[in-house]
Design a protein. Sequence first.
Length: 283
Amino acid sequence: MFIETKTVLTEEEKQAVRGLERIVHQYDGTFRSAYLSNQFNVYPDMGAFYLGYEDDQLIGFIFIDADNPDEATLFVYVHPDYRQKRVASALIAQAKQQLEKYRIQSCLYKTEHAFLEKNTWLLDKFSIDDERELLMNAENQPGKPIENQDLEVKEATSQDIEEIALFQANVFDERLEEARRYAEESIKDPQIIQYIFRMKGQIVGSAAISYEELSNYFFGLAVRPENQNQGIGTAAISLMMTDLNQRNTLPFQLSVVKDNHRAIAVYEKNGFEIVSEILYLKN
């Protein structure tokens, strides 16, 4: 097997990865796809993608998601016909060399409950991290009419970066420079829409949607704590769904912490359904 390390994927390589993912998802009964950009990684020059080839066929793939300097999450895909042949081991070994180079100490492996059910032997080598998420999907359709006429949901511009960064640093309890980097990258990326929510001119929430060829993926959704339980989240999602419906036909997708029952209820009000449980393995 030949392994190629990349910081950025070409369009041809992205299509090969998506093809491998489709085979893996169909075989394993899984759903979550890797984000094929390193733009949110702390170290932009770090090798983030590892492609394993047998002749000209892509048989294995790893993406390193390292948006903070202390911990990385790995997405690992291996073609069903090449499993138990040390393909994953070889890819992981190279990825770990890169993590060591950048002194990233902690490493988690993103997987799904359906995959673990078929591969229980992994539990002899790994333990399951406490963090669990639910993957939720919805059809692409306009959102429901909203009653909150004071709420404005619009696409953010570069002029909103500092305000969004200050807001997200507070609600997500993260460093301001990290929140600013996320806001800047989201706004400048042509395949991400950064939304900002306002009431009477004041920011009350924000969210971003990444859209490639697979889905409109919601992430970074937050409402100011003092404005929660006012229906703002439900209304904002509805307005974003309506806007996205006018832009493309891709389905909607998001992940939410499993025990965040309030958020799950908000998403269900907007037509989202649970399709998978996401787990993280560690060793």
